[in-house]
Ligand binder design. Structure first.
Ligand code: ADP
Length: 478
Protein backbone atom coordinates (compact mmCIF):
# COMPACT_ATOMS: atom_id res chain seq x y z
CA UNK A 1 0.00 0.00 0.00
CA UNK A 2 2.81 2.34 0.99
CA UNK A 3 4.79 1.43 -2.14
CA UNK A 4 1.72 1.98 -4.29
CA UNK A 5 1.20 5.45 -2.84
CA UNK A 6 4.85 6.35 -3.37
CA UNK A 7 4.67 5.30 -7.03
CA UNK A 8 1.49 7.31 -7.50
CA UNK A 9 2.90 10.39 -5.79
CA UNK A 10 6.13 10.13 -7.78
CA UNK A 11 4.13 9.91 -11.00
CA UNK A 12 1.97 12.90 -10.12
CA UNK A 13 5.06 14.86 -9.08
CA UNK A 14 6.84 14.14 -12.39
CA UNK A 15 3.75 15.16 -14.33
CA UNK A 16 3.55 18.44 -12.40
CA UNK A 17 7.23 19.10 -13.18
CA UNK A 18 6.62 18.30 -16.84
CA UNK A 19 3.63 20.63 -17.01
CA UNK A 20 5.56 23.41 -15.26
CA UNK A 21 8.47 23.00 -17.68
CA UNK A 22 6.10 23.10 -20.63
CA UNK A 23 4.35 26.20 -19.29
CA UNK A 24 7.73 27.97 -18.90
CA UNK A 25 8.76 27.00 -22.43
CA UNK A 26 5.44 28.08 -23.93
CA UNK A 27 5.55 31.38 -22.05
CA UNK A 28 9.04 31.95 -23.46
CA UNK A 29 7.90 31.15 -26.98
CA UNK A 30 4.83 33.37 -26.53
CA UNK A 31 6.93 36.29 -25.30
CA UNK A 32 9.35 35.89 -28.18
CA UNK A 33 6.56 35.78 -30.77
CA UNK A 34 4.92 38.77 -29.11
CA UNK A 35 8.14 40.78 -29.28
CA UNK A 36 8.67 39.70 -32.88
CA UNK A 37 5.16 40.88 -33.70
CA UNK A 38 5.83 44.30 -32.19
CA UNK A 39 9.19 44.58 -33.89
CA UNK A 40 7.72 43.60 -37.25
CA UNK A 41 5.12 46.37 -37.14
CA UNK A 42 7.53 48.85 -35.68
CA UNK A 43 9.94 48.35 -38.56
CA UNK A 44 7.11 48.40 -41.10
CA UNK A 45 5.82 51.67 -39.63
CA UNK A 46 9.30 53.21 -39.73
CA UNK A 47 9.56 52.28 -43.41
CA UNK A 48 6.13 53.73 -44.08
CA UNK A 49 7.00 56.98 -42.33
CA UNK A 50 10.28 57.27 -44.21
CA UNK A 51 8.56 56.72 -47.56
CA UNK A 52 5.85 59.26 -46.69
CA UNK A 53 8.39 61.90 -45.84
CA UNK A 54 10.55 61.17 -48.88
CA UNK A 55 7.89 60.88 -51.54
CA UNK A 56 5.12 63.16 -50.29
CA UNK A 57 7.05 65.34 -47.89
CA UNK A 58 4.47 64.85 -45.20
CA UNK A 59 4.24 63.08 -41.88
CA UNK A 60 0.46 62.69 -42.09
CA UNK A 61 -0.27 65.59 -39.71
CA UNK A 62 -0.30 68.54 -42.12
CA UNK A 63 -4.03 69.21 -41.83
CA UNK A 64 -3.73 68.94 -38.06
CA UNK A 65 -1.00 71.55 -38.02
CA UNK A 66 -2.93 74.00 -40.20
CA UNK A 67 -6.12 73.67 -38.17
CA UNK A 68 -4.31 74.06 -34.86
CA UNK A 69 -2.40 77.09 -36.05
CA UNK A 70 -5.57 78.84 -37.17
CA UNK A 71 -7.32 77.91 -33.93
CA UNK A 72 -4.38 79.04 -31.77
CA UNK A 73 -4.13 82.36 -33.55
CA UNK A 74 -7.82 82.92 -32.97
CA UNK A 75 -7.56 82.02 -29.31
CA UNK A 76 -4.64 84.35 -28.78
CA UNK A 77 -6.50 87.21 -30.43
CA UNK A 78 -9.48 86.67 -28.20
CA UNK A 79 -7.44 86.69 -25.02
CA UNK A 80 -7.72 89.90 -23.07
CA UNK A 81 -4.30 89.57 -21.51
CA UNK A 82 -1.40 87.50 -22.74
CA UNK A 83 -0.27 86.08 -19.43
CA UNK A 84 0.69 82.57 -18.35
CA UNK A 85 -2.42 82.17 -16.22
CA UNK A 86 -4.86 84.05 -18.39
CA UNK A 87 -6.82 80.85 -19.31
CA UNK A 88 -9.32 79.31 -16.90
CA UNK A 89 -9.35 75.56 -16.23
CA UNK A 90 -12.54 75.15 -18.27
CA UNK A 91 -11.08 77.06 -21.20
CA UNK A 92 -7.98 74.88 -21.07
CA UNK A 93 -10.12 71.78 -21.01
CA UNK A 94 -12.11 72.94 -24.05
CA UNK A 95 -8.91 73.66 -25.97
CA UNK A 96 -7.48 70.27 -25.07
CA UNK A 97 -10.66 68.57 -26.27
CA UNK A 98 -10.43 70.43 -29.57
CA UNK A 99 -6.78 69.43 -30.02
CA UNK A 100 -7.62 65.82 -29.25
CA UNK A 101 -10.51 65.89 -31.71
CA UNK A 102 -8.43 67.40 -34.50
CA UNK A 103 -5.57 65.00 -33.90
CA UNK A 104 -7.81 61.98 -34.01
CA UNK A 105 -9.93 62.97 -36.97
CA UNK A 106 -7.62 64.90 -39.26
CA UNK A 107 -4.45 62.81 -39.24
CA UNK A 108 -3.61 60.85 -42.40
CA UNK A 109 -0.97 58.56 -40.94
CA UNK A 110 -3.38 55.79 -39.90
CA UNK A 111 -4.86 55.43 -43.36
CA UNK A 112 -1.43 55.36 -44.93
CA UNK A 113 -0.12 52.76 -42.46
CA UNK A 114 -3.21 50.62 -42.95
CA UNK A 115 -2.71 50.56 -46.73
CA UNK A 116 1.02 50.02 -46.30
CA UNK A 117 0.47 46.97 -44.10
CA UNK A 118 -2.23 45.58 -46.34
CA UNK A 119 -0.13 45.85 -49.48
CA UNK A 120 2.61 43.89 -47.77
CA UNK A 121 0.22 41.14 -46.74
CA UNK A 122 0.10 42.03 -43.05
CA UNK A 123 -2.77 42.61 -40.70
CA UNK A 124 -4.24 46.08 -41.20
CA UNK A 125 -6.84 46.11 -38.44
CA UNK A 126 -5.24 48.29 -35.83
CA UNK A 127 -6.48 51.15 -33.72
CA UNK A 128 -4.39 54.28 -33.51
CA UNK A 129 -3.90 55.93 -30.16
CA UNK A 130 -2.57 59.42 -29.64
CA UNK A 131 -1.37 60.55 -26.24
CA UNK A 132 -0.96 64.30 -25.96
CA UNK A 133 1.93 65.28 -23.74
CA UNK A 134 1.90 69.03 -24.05
CA UNK A 135 0.01 71.83 -25.72
CA UNK A 136 0.95 75.49 -25.39
CA UNK A 137 -0.19 78.63 -27.11
CA UNK A 138 2.73 80.79 -28.27
CA UNK A 139 2.82 84.43 -28.98
CA UNK A 140 6.34 85.34 -30.03
CA UNK A 141 8.42 84.43 -26.99
CA UNK A 142 5.49 84.17 -24.61
CA UNK A 143 4.13 80.74 -23.75
CA UNK A 144 0.64 80.13 -22.38
CA UNK A 145 0.43 76.53 -21.12
CA UNK A 146 -2.81 74.68 -21.86
CA UNK A 147 -1.97 71.10 -20.99
CA UNK A 148 1.03 69.27 -19.62
CA UNK A 149 1.18 65.55 -18.99
CA UNK A 150 2.82 65.15 -15.56
CA UNK A 151 4.82 62.11 -16.53
CA UNK A 152 6.10 63.93 -19.54
CA UNK A 153 6.97 66.99 -17.49
CA UNK A 154 8.90 64.90 -14.97
CA UNK A 155 10.87 63.32 -17.74
CA UNK A 156 11.71 66.70 -19.17
CA UNK A 157 13.25 67.81 -15.87
CA UNK A 158 14.73 64.70 -14.31
CA UNK A 159 16.60 66.59 -11.61
CA UNK A 160 13.30 67.72 -10.06
CA UNK A 161 11.42 64.52 -10.60
CA UNK A 162 11.91 62.91 -7.22
CA UNK A 163 10.87 65.87 -5.18
CA UNK A 164 7.88 66.66 -7.34
CA UNK A 165 6.40 63.19 -7.65
CA UNK A 166 3.83 62.09 -5.15
CA UNK A 167 3.75 58.51 -3.85
CA UNK A 168 0.72 57.68 -5.91
CA UNK A 169 2.37 58.76 -9.09
CA UNK A 170 5.46 56.79 -8.33
CA UNK A 171 3.50 53.65 -7.70
CA UNK A 172 0.89 53.64 -10.37
CA UNK A 173 1.71 56.21 -13.01
CA UNK A 174 2.13 55.10 -16.60
CA UNK A 175 5.60 53.86 -17.53
CA UNK A 176 8.08 56.31 -18.92
CA UNK A 177 7.91 57.05 -22.58
CA UNK A 178 11.09 56.60 -24.47
CA UNK A 179 11.55 55.93 -28.12
CA UNK A 180 11.06 52.24 -28.73
CA UNK A 181 9.51 51.63 -25.33
CA UNK A 182 5.96 50.37 -25.13
CA UNK A 183 3.21 51.55 -22.84
CA UNK A 184 1.22 48.34 -22.94
CA UNK A 185 2.46 45.19 -24.52
CA UNK A 186 -0.18 45.49 -27.23
CA UNK A 187 0.68 49.11 -28.10
CA UNK A 188 3.40 49.74 -30.62
CA UNK A 189 5.06 53.13 -30.59
CA UNK A 190 5.27 54.59 -34.09
CA UNK A 191 5.98 58.27 -33.77
CA UNK A 192 7.06 60.78 -31.17
CA UNK A 193 6.10 64.23 -32.24
CA UNK A 194 7.25 67.47 -30.70
CA UNK A 195 7.33 70.75 -32.61
CA UNK A 196 6.52 74.43 -32.43
CA UNK A 197 4.42 76.20 -35.05
CA UNK A 198 3.71 79.91 -35.32
CA UNK A 199 1.07 80.04 -32.57
CA UNK A 200 1.37 76.81 -30.62
CA UNK A 201 3.60 74.02 -29.46
CA UNK A 202 2.43 70.39 -29.51
CA UNK A 203 4.00 67.21 -28.16
CA UNK A 204 2.32 63.89 -28.64
CA UNK A 205 3.02 60.19 -29.13
CA UNK A 206 1.33 58.03 -31.75
CA UNK A 207 0.76 54.35 -31.07
CA UNK A 208 -0.91 51.55 -32.95
CA UNK A 209 -2.73 48.75 -31.19
CA UNK A 210 -3.79 45.47 -32.82
CA UNK A 211 -6.97 44.12 -31.29
CA UNK A 212 -6.44 40.60 -32.65
CA UNK A 213 -2.77 40.51 -31.82
CA UNK A 214 -3.39 37.76 -29.23
CA UNK A 215 -5.07 35.69 -31.90
CA UNK A 216 -2.18 36.17 -34.33
CA UNK A 217 0.45 35.33 -31.70
CA UNK A 218 -1.65 32.32 -30.66
CA UNK A 219 -1.73 31.15 -34.27
CA UNK A 220 2.04 31.51 -34.46
CA UNK A 221 2.59 29.58 -31.22
CA UNK A 222 -0.09 26.99 -32.05
CA UNK A 223 2.41 24.39 -33.26
CA UNK A 224 4.52 24.41 -30.08
CA UNK A 225 1.43 24.78 -27.92
CA UNK A 226 -0.30 21.76 -29.43
CA UNK A 227 2.91 19.72 -29.31
CA UNK A 228 3.19 20.53 -25.61
CA UNK A 229 -0.43 19.66 -24.91
CA UNK A 230 -0.14 16.42 -26.88
CA UNK A 231 3.06 15.43 -25.06
CA UNK A 232 1.47 16.20 -21.67
CA UNK A 233 -1.67 14.24 -22.57
CA UNK A 234 0.44 11.33 -23.81
CA UNK A 235 2.50 11.21 -20.64
CA UNK A 236 -0.58 11.48 -18.42
CA UNK A 237 -2.38 8.72 -20.37
CA UNK A 238 0.69 6.53 -20.31
CA UNK A 239 1.06 7.06 -16.59
CA UNK A 240 -2.60 6.27 -15.93
CA UNK A 241 -2.48 3.12 -18.07
CA UNK A 242 0.71 1.93 -16.41
CA UNK A 243 -0.65 2.69 -12.97
CA UNK A 244 -3.94 0.93 -13.73
CA UNK A 245 -2.07 -2.12 -15.02
CA UNK A 246 0.12 -2.13 -11.96
CA UNK A 247 -2.95 -2.02 -9.71
CA UNK A 248 -4.62 -4.76 -11.74
CA UNK A 249 -1.53 -6.95 -11.47
CA UNK A 250 -1.38 -6.30 -7.76
CA UNK A 251 -5.05 -7.25 -7.44
CA UNK A 252 -4.51 -10.42 -9.45
CA UNK A 253 -1.51 -11.39 -7.39
CA UNK A 254 -3.52 -10.87 -4.18
CA UNK A 255 -6.36 -12.96 -5.61
CA UNK A 256 -3.90 -15.70 -6.53
CA UNK A 257 -2.43 -15.75 -3.05
CA UNK A 258 -5.93 -16.01 -1.62
CA UNK A 259 -6.71 -18.75 -4.11
CA UNK A 260 -3.66 -20.80 -3.13
CA UNK A 261 -4.60 -20.47 0.54
CA UNK A 262 -8.21 -21.46 -0.17
CA UNK A 263 -7.17 -24.33 -2.40
CA UNK A 264 -4.78 -25.71 0.19
CA UNK A 265 -7.61 -25.50 2.68
CA UNK A 266 -10.09 -27.18 0.29
CA UNK A 267 -7.69 -29.98 -0.65
CA UNK A 268 -6.60 -30.58 2.90
CA UNK A 269 -10.09 -31.45 4.18
CA UNK A 270 -10.75 -34.51 1.93
CA UNK A 271 -7.09 -35.52 2.19
CA UNK A 272 -7.05 -35.57 5.97
CA UNK A 273 -10.37 -37.48 5.99
CA UNK A 274 -8.81 -40.08 3.66
CA UNK A 275 -5.69 -40.27 5.87
CA UNK A 276 -7.76 -40.78 9.00
CA UNK A 277 -9.92 -43.37 7.21
CA UNK A 278 -6.79 -45.22 6.07
CA UNK A 279 -5.45 -45.26 9.64
CA UNK A 280 -8.86 -46.50 10.85
CA UNK A 281 -8.71 -49.44 8.45
CA UNK A 282 -5.46 -50.50 10.05
CA UNK A 283 -7.13 -50.96 13.42
CA UNK A 284 -7.71 -54.69 14.20
CA UNK A 285 -11.23 -54.27 15.59
CA UNK A 286 -12.33 -52.41 12.46
CA UNK A 287 -10.87 -55.05 10.15
CA UNK A 288 -13.02 -57.67 11.83
CA UNK A 289 -16.14 -55.57 11.29
CA UNK A 290 -17.35 -55.76 7.68
CA UNK A 291 -19.90 -52.97 7.98
CA UNK A 292 -17.28 -50.61 9.41
CA UNK A 293 -14.87 -51.49 6.57
CA UNK A 294 -17.60 -50.79 4.00
CA UNK A 295 -18.51 -47.47 5.64
CA UNK A 296 -14.86 -46.36 5.72
CA UNK A 297 -14.30 -47.47 2.12
CA UNK A 298 -17.39 -45.46 1.04
CA UNK A 299 -16.07 -42.44 2.91
CA UNK A 300 -12.70 -42.77 1.20
CA UNK A 301 -14.48 -43.14 -2.16
CA UNK A 302 -16.64 -40.03 -1.57
CA UNK A 303 -13.72 -37.90 -0.49
CA UNK A 304 -11.62 -39.12 -3.45
CA UNK A 305 -14.42 -38.11 -5.83
CA UNK A 306 -14.57 -34.67 -4.19
CA UNK A 307 -10.79 -34.37 -4.43
CA UNK A 308 -10.92 -35.42 -8.04
CA UNK A 309 -13.65 -32.87 -8.81
CA UNK A 310 -11.60 -30.10 -7.25
CA UNK A 311 -8.48 -31.04 -9.17
CA UNK A 312 -10.45 -31.41 -12.42
CA UNK A 313 -11.99 -27.99 -11.99
CA UNK A 314 -8.58 -26.38 -11.53
CA UNK A 315 -7.12 -28.30 -14.48
CA UNK A 316 -10.07 -27.43 -16.66
CA UNK A 317 -9.82 -23.74 -15.92
CA UNK A 318 -6.12 -23.65 -16.69
CA UNK A 319 -6.90 -25.49 -19.93
CA UNK A 320 -9.48 -22.83 -20.89
CA UNK A 321 -6.82 -20.21 -20.48
CA UNK A 322 -4.83 -21.83 -23.24
CA UNK A 323 -7.53 -23.12 -25.60
CA UNK A 324 -11.07 -22.08 -26.44
CA UNK A 325 -14.07 -23.86 -25.03
CA UNK A 326 -14.90 -27.03 -26.93
CA UNK A 327 -18.68 -27.22 -26.64
CA UNK A 328 -20.59 -30.29 -27.60
CA UNK A 329 -23.94 -28.64 -28.29
CA UNK A 330 -27.22 -30.38 -28.93
CA UNK A 331 -30.80 -29.17 -29.10
CA UNK A 332 -32.63 -29.68 -25.80
CA UNK A 333 -35.99 -28.66 -24.49
CA UNK A 334 -34.90 -26.08 -21.93
CA UNK A 335 -37.81 -26.69 -19.54
CA UNK A 336 -37.20 -30.42 -19.37
CA UNK A 337 -33.49 -29.86 -19.02
CA UNK A 338 -33.82 -27.49 -16.02
CA UNK A 339 -36.36 -29.82 -14.39
CA UNK A 340 -33.83 -32.66 -14.57
CA UNK A 341 -30.96 -30.60 -13.17
CA UNK A 342 -33.13 -29.38 -10.27
CA UNK A 343 -34.34 -32.90 -9.55
CA UNK A 344 -30.83 -34.30 -9.38
CA UNK A 345 -29.74 -31.32 -7.24
CA UNK A 346 -32.56 -32.10 -4.82
CA UNK A 347 -31.79 -35.81 -4.74
CA UNK A 348 -28.08 -35.05 -4.30
CA UNK A 349 -28.90 -33.42 -0.97
CA UNK A 350 -29.76 -29.84 -1.85
CA UNK A 351 -29.08 -29.17 1.85
CA UNK A 352 -32.76 -28.94 2.66
CA UNK A 353 -33.37 -25.96 0.41
CA UNK A 354 -36.89 -25.14 -0.70
CA UNK A 355 -36.84 -24.80 -4.47
CA UNK A 356 -39.70 -22.96 -6.18
CA UNK A 357 -39.84 -23.68 -9.91
CA UNK A 358 -41.63 -20.76 -11.48
CA UNK A 359 -41.03 -21.00 -15.19
CA UNK A 360 -42.75 -22.08 -18.36
CA UNK A 361 -40.62 -22.33 -21.46
CA UNK A 362 -43.22 -24.47 -23.23
CA UNK A 363 -41.47 -26.40 -26.02
CA UNK A 364 -38.64 -23.98 -26.62
CA UNK A 365 -35.50 -25.77 -27.73
CA UNK A 366 -32.07 -24.35 -27.06
CA UNK A 367 -28.69 -25.56 -28.29
CA UNK A 368 -26.65 -26.43 -25.20
CA UNK A 369 -23.66 -28.35 -24.05
CA UNK A 370 -25.59 -30.29 -21.43
CA UNK A 371 -22.56 -31.15 -19.30
CA UNK A 372 -21.32 -27.58 -18.99
CA UNK A 373 -24.81 -26.13 -18.63
CA UNK A 374 -25.60 -28.60 -15.84
CA UNK A 375 -22.48 -27.34 -14.03
CA UNK A 376 -23.64 -23.76 -14.57
CA UNK A 377 -27.06 -24.34 -12.99
CA UNK A 378 -25.56 -26.48 -10.23
CA UNK A 379 -23.03 -23.78 -9.33
CA UNK A 380 -25.79 -21.17 -9.01
CA UNK A 381 -27.96 -23.51 -6.93
CA UNK A 382 -25.15 -24.57 -4.61
CA UNK A 383 -24.06 -20.94 -4.11
CA UNK A 384 -27.66 -20.06 -3.23
CA UNK A 385 -27.54 -22.73 -0.54
CA UNK A 386 -23.96 -22.01 0.55
CA UNK A 387 -24.31 -18.25 0.99
CA UNK A 388 -27.39 -18.44 3.16
CA UNK A 389 -27.76 -17.77 6.87
CA UNK A 390 -31.32 -19.09 7.18
CA UNK A 391 -33.36 -21.92 5.64
CA UNK A 392 -32.57 -21.46 1.98
CA UNK A 393 -35.47 -20.69 -0.34
CA UNK A 394 -34.51 -20.70 -4.02
CA UNK A 395 -36.80 -19.44 -6.73
CA UNK A 396 -36.12 -20.34 -10.33
CA UNK A 397 -37.88 -18.18 -12.91
CA UNK A 398 -37.85 -18.19 -16.68
CA UNK A 399 -38.29 -15.54 -19.35
CA UNK A 400 -38.29 -15.64 -23.14
CA UNK A 401 -37.82 -12.53 -25.24
CA UNK A 402 -36.10 -11.43 -28.45
CA UNK A 403 -34.97 -14.94 -29.34
CA UNK A 404 -33.27 -15.51 -26.03
CA UNK A 405 -34.13 -17.38 -22.87
CA UNK A 406 -33.29 -16.16 -19.40
CA UNK A 407 -33.07 -18.33 -16.33
CA UNK A 408 -33.20 -16.47 -13.04
CA UNK A 409 -31.96 -18.10 -9.85
CA UNK A 410 -32.99 -16.06 -6.82
CA UNK A 411 -32.25 -16.75 -3.17
CA UNK A 412 -32.90 -15.35 0.30
CA UNK A 413 -29.21 -15.52 1.28
CA UNK A 414 -26.69 -13.06 2.66
CA UNK A 415 -26.61 -10.98 -0.54
CA UNK A 416 -23.67 -9.25 -2.20
CA UNK A 417 -22.53 -5.65 -1.72
CA UNK A 418 -22.55 -3.23 -4.69
CA UNK A 419 -18.77 -3.24 -4.93
CA UNK A 420 -18.49 -7.05 -4.78
CA UNK A 421 -21.18 -7.39 -7.46
CA UNK A 422 -18.72 -5.83 -9.91
CA UNK A 423 -16.14 -8.55 -9.29
CA UNK A 424 -17.96 -11.78 -8.35
CA UNK A 425 -17.53 -13.14 -11.89
CA UNK A 426 -13.75 -12.53 -11.83
CA UNK A 427 -11.41 -15.45 -11.53
CA UNK A 428 -10.53 -16.29 -7.89
CA UNK A 429 -12.69 -13.46 -6.56
CA UNK A 430 -14.35 -14.04 -3.21
CA UNK A 431 -16.43 -11.39 -1.51
CA UNK A 432 -14.47 -9.96 1.39
CA UNK A 433 -17.46 -8.90 3.48
CA UNK A 434 -18.53 -11.10 6.33
CA UNK A 435 -16.64 -14.06 7.62
CA UNK A 436 -14.92 -15.42 4.55
CA UNK A 437 -13.79 -18.61 6.23
CA UNK A 438 -17.34 -19.43 7.18
CA UNK A 439 -18.07 -20.13 3.52
CA UNK A 440 -15.54 -22.34 1.85
CA UNK A 441 -14.70 -21.87 -1.80
CA UNK A 442 -12.08 -21.11 -4.42
CA UNK A 443 -13.68 -18.14 -6.11
CA UNK A 444 -14.06 -20.08 -9.34
CA UNK A 445 -17.76 -21.08 -9.38
CA UNK A 446 -19.17 -17.85 -10.84
CA UNK A 447 -16.15 -17.41 -13.12
CA UNK A 448 -17.07 -20.82 -14.50
CA UNK A 449 -20.73 -19.75 -14.85
CA UNK A 450 -19.78 -16.64 -16.81
CA UNK A 451 -17.36 -18.49 -19.09
CA UNK A 452 -19.97 -21.15 -19.89
CA UNK A 453 -22.72 -18.58 -20.53
CA UNK A 454 -20.41 -16.61 -22.82
CA UNK A 455 -19.34 -19.74 -24.67
CA UNK A 456 -23.03 -20.26 -25.47
CA UNK A 457 -23.22 -16.70 -26.86
CA UNK A 458 -25.00 -15.44 -23.76
CA UNK A 459 -24.20 -13.68 -20.50
CA UNK A 460 -24.86 -13.68 -16.78
CA UNK A 461 -25.73 -10.76 -14.50
CA UNK A 462 -26.37 -10.33 -10.81
CA UNK A 463 -28.62 -8.09 -8.78
CA UNK A 464 -28.51 -8.28 -5.04
CA UNK A 465 -29.23 -6.57 -1.75
CA UNK A 466 -27.01 -7.42 1.22
CA UNK A 467 -29.05 -9.21 3.86
CA UNK A 468 -31.97 -9.76 1.51
CA UNK A 469 -30.74 -12.12 -1.21
CA UNK A 470 -29.41 -12.29 -4.74
CA UNK A 471 -30.74 -12.99 -8.22
CA UNK A 472 -28.45 -14.39 -10.92
CA UNK A 473 -29.82 -14.15 -14.48
CA UNK A 474 -28.34 -16.29 -17.24
CA UNK A 475 -29.41 -15.31 -20.75
CA UNK A 476 -28.65 -17.32 -23.87
CA UNK A 477 -29.89 -17.02 -27.43
CA UNK A 478 -31.95 -19.77 -29.08
P1 ADP B 1 -16.77 -19.36 -4.16
O1 ADP B 1 -18.19 -19.72 -3.84
O2 ADP B 1 -15.91 -20.54 -4.35
O3 ADP B 1 -16.20 -18.37 -3.24
P2 ADP B 1 -17.88 -18.18 -6.54
O4 ADP B 1 -17.20 -17.74 -7.79
O5 ADP B 1 -18.95 -19.20 -6.69
O6 ADP B 1 -16.75 -18.65 -5.55
O7 ADP B 1 -18.49 -16.92 -5.86
C1 ADP B 1 -17.73 -15.77 -5.73
C2 ADP B 1 -18.20 -14.95 -4.54
O8 ADP B 1 -19.51 -14.44 -4.83
C3 ADP B 1 -18.34 -15.74 -3.30
O9 ADP B 1 -17.16 -15.71 -2.55
C4 ADP B 1 -19.50 -15.09 -2.56
O10 ADP B 1 -19.00 -14.10 -1.74
C5 ADP B 1 -20.30 -14.43 -3.66
N1 ADP B 1 -21.54 -15.19 -3.96
C6 ADP B 1 -21.73 -16.05 -4.97
N2 ADP B 1 -23.01 -16.50 -4.98
C7 ADP B 1 -23.65 -15.89 -3.96
C8 ADP B 1 -24.99 -15.92 -3.44
N3 ADP B 1 -25.95 -16.65 -4.00
N4 ADP B 1 -25.28 -15.13 -2.39
C9 ADP B 1 -24.34 -14.33 -1.84
N5 ADP B 1 -23.06 -14.27 -2.26
C10 ADP B 1 -22.72 -15.04 -3.31
Amino acid sequence: MKKRNTIFLLGVFSIIILITAQVIIIRGVWKQKDEMFNLRYKLLSQDALAVMERQWSTDGFDTVRILLNVKSELLLKNLAELKEDSLTADEKQAILEYVTYVLNTQEDLSKFLSRWFERRGFDKDFKSKIIINRFELINFDQKIPVYLNEEFANRQQPQRTDTLRTDRQMGSGPPRLRTGQLRRSSEILVKIYGAEDNFYRLDFVYYIDFSDKQKIVLRETAASLSLSIISILLVVTLFLITYKNLMEEKRMSNLKTDFINNMTHELKTPLSTITVAGKTLELPFIRSNDTKILETAKLIGKQSVHLNQLINMILEISMWERTQFQLDKKKVKIEEFINNVVESFKSGGGNGATIIQNYSFKDIEVELDTVYFTTLINNLLSNAVKYSDKDPVIEIEGLTENNSVSVKVGDNGIGISKNDQKHVFDKFYRASTGNIHKYKGLGLGLYYVKKIAEAHGGDVTVSSKPGKGSIFTVTIPY
